[in-house]
Design a protein around this ligand. Structure first.
Ligand code: HGA
Length: 610
């Protein structure tokens, strides 16, 4: 969340910053701003509420230039969405700061700094960074030392870039809890929250680590660790192949990403799944010998990733004979939990920077887990670097805020983890073969499922005027119903709840009427008859149902039930297959409602704040 870009060059950096912000807009889009320092020592600032386009228009109408600049696209945590709260924040027109994270002790810092005469113009926590650095400068420190001193006073999380009008040859950056990457150019250098922002200008990157402070000049980067010692951090060459910046002819990134699923799932399987099973060590170096001893899995994740973890619990316990708990990261990190012997901690995150999940991993390291594995989509991210084992989902950049292909590739990874753990825990030959065969058929089944698009478009019309909805599933389709409900909430703003359908009679049946559409996920599995009884319970109370069902489940459309036949698939991959129609349903409902599909209100991707 919140996107930061900074550049120091001989040329004017405005367009580099604007392009970077556009590429980071998925991280926040309530306001944006840029501060520029030119060769004559002029520090200027332009800020706008709304999207990056508003800022770009303003800069084209009133051009500004500079060879050092910092820019920011905001997802507000402290202080409303106003121009005054948009970053960069200044201290006395001298210090400019952009920040991703939350300074938790900002109120105390604010009172102290205000008492010392530093005037506040915003309601943000961020402004206290600018004034604290200014205060340290006023005490005689140079900019680098001032930042070293200032960060010692901050509690909470920050990825921050600071420039000083009186020190125009460098930017100082600091990281604690929020990601920052330095990009190396020729005679120019850059900084961003995500390498994606800098791909038009460089492919050489250095990730800062926790507690790092770095001095970035046009020709040099010097990194100091949390003890103030100079350290070398690796420079990596990015191998991101395609530039995710375009929609490839689709109207929205989300639609493009839904349609990419057959391809990315194929990529995710390639080289990892052989004819008769998975290849060795697909979860990382020495992974197989680590996994051999695992008897319990603890999964920790948030949002959509949490739903993939919930699905995995069904698989791991049913097929691999390994016990499994799943917990929301923001809960796990703040409670004392029980660690089973020989436990594997699995974190899941698209970005690998999800603040709560990262904190959970760090906490778990002191709790006695045998090992940690992350299932993640971003190479080099904090979760990947800090976990013992990593499984990259290879979904490619996901820009739509509502996650789609990251989810289905996570599930694909979990089916392979089920195979890996099942090997030493008595998985039956039949189950092993069923999963392997299911995975082989997965890309083509996903393609087949996308052909439901037209029928789902028609169906979406019936949801546009609804305010509430209910999603039902059983067994490993229950988390898929939860994910379907989350998608609908996220992008169409229709209130949606998911229930394990056996729970209906314990309360939610009271909600049923003809204004509450009920979406049912019904593959042809061993729970089908039970599910059919639940469907009858809804019908008897006048509910209107939309049933996504296997043809062989023999549901009939009538005036209370509309049936959408989903291609027949094996039980092991059914949760992945049934995800697609629910994604499409949410997408087309959102289109009819005219919401901002890729950047839904109040949300942002890569949740780097608590
Ligand atoms: N706390 C700052 C930055 C917010 C942020 O990092 N969001 O992801 C603010 O509210 O402006």
């Amino acid at each position: 969340m919140c996107g930061i870009v900074g550049a120091i060059a001989e040329r004017n950096v405005v367009e580099i910053l604007l392009e970077g912000l556009k590429r980071l807009e998925y991280r926040g889009y309530d306001s944006a701003g840029v501060a520029l320092l030119d060769g004559e020592g002029n520090l200027t600032r332009t800020r706008r509420t709304g999207k990056v386009k508003e800022l770009a228009d303003a800069l084209h109408t009133h051009p500004s230039k500079g060879n050092i600049g910092i820019a920011h696209t905001r997802w507000a945590t402290h202080g409303g969405v106003t121009e005054a709260n948009a970053h960069p924040h200044f201290s006395s027109d001298r210090i400019a700061v952009v920040h991703n994270g939350i300074i938790e002790n900002y109120q105390r810092l604010r009172s102290e700094l205000a008492a010392k005469g530093y005037g506040f113009d915003s309601d943000t926590d961020t402004e206290s960074i600018a004034h604290q650095v200014h205060y340290e400068l006023d005490q005689g420190a140079d900019l680098l030392q001032a930042v070293h001193n200032a960060v010692k006073k901050f509690e909470g999380a920050y990825g921050t870039v600071i420039i000083d009008k009186n020190d125009p040859e460098r930017m100082i950056v600091a990281r604690s809890g929020s990601p920052l990457v330095i990009g190396f150019g020729i005679g120019e250098n850059f900084i961003a929250s995500d390498q994606m922002a800098l791909l038009p200008v460089t492919r050489r990157f250095m990730y800062l680590e926790e507690g790092d402070v770095a001095e970035v000049t046009r020709t040099n980067v010097t990194v100091y660790d949390q003890d103030g010692q100079i350290v070398q951090r690796d420079i990596v060459e990015s191998d991101i192949e395609h530039d995710a910046g375009d929609k490839a002819g689709y109207r929205h990134y989300m639609l493009k990403e839904i349609h990419e699923q057959p391809t990315v799932v194929r990529n995710c399987l390639q080289g990892r799944l052989g004819e008769h099973g998975i290849s060795p060590n697909i979860f990382g170096q020495d992974a197989d010998s680590i996994l051999d001893n695992i008897k319990h899995v603890q999964i920790v994740a948030c949002g959509t990733s949490y739903h993939s973890g919930m699905t995995a619990k069904y698989w791991l316990e049913q097929y691999a004979n390994v016990s499994c708990n799943v917990e929301i990261a923001s809960e796990f990190r703040y409670r004392k939990s029980f660690v089973h012997p020989n436990s594997l901690l699995v974190t899941i995150s698209q970005s690998g920077e999800t603040a709560d999940t990262l904190a959970a991993l760090r906490l778990a390291k002191s709790l006695g887990y045998s090992s940690s594995l992350t299932i993640c989509n971003v190479p080099g991210s904090s979760l990947v670097r800090e976990s013992d084992l990593a499984f990259m989902t290879l979904a490619g950049a996901e820009i739509g805020v509502a996650s789609t292909k990251a989810f289905t590739t996570q599930l694909t990874g979990f089916l392979m983890l089920t195979l890996a753990l099942g090997k030493h825990n008595g998985m039956s030959e039949t189950d092993h073969k069923a999963i392997v065969d299911g995975l082989h058929s997965l890309p083509s089944k996903l393609e087949e499922t996308l052909s439901l698009t037209q029928g789902i478009k028609d169906l979406a019309e019936e949801f546009a005027d609804k305010h509430h909805s209910l999603f039902l599933g059983r067994g490993d389709q229950y988390p898929i119903a939860m994910e379907g409900a989350l998608k609908l909430k996220e992008i169409s703003y229709i209130h949606a709840e998911a229930y394990a359908s056996g729970e209906l009679k314990h309360g939610p049946l009271a909600l049923i009427d003809d204004e509450m559409p009920v979406i049912v996920v019904a593959p042809n599995n061993e729970l089908l008859e039970k599910l059919k009884s639940n469907v009858e319970e809804v019908r008897a109370r006048g509910g209107i149902m939309y049933v996504f069902a296997d043809k062989e489940a023999h549901f009939q459309s009538d005036n209370t039930m509309r049936v959408i036949n989903v291609p027949h698939c094996s039980a092991a991959i059914a949760p992945i297959i049934y995800t697609l129609p629910l994604q499409l349903l949410s997408y087309y409902v959102a289109i009819i409602k005219g919401t901002d599909v890729d950047q839904p209100r109040n949300l942002a991707k890569s949740v780097t704040v608590e």
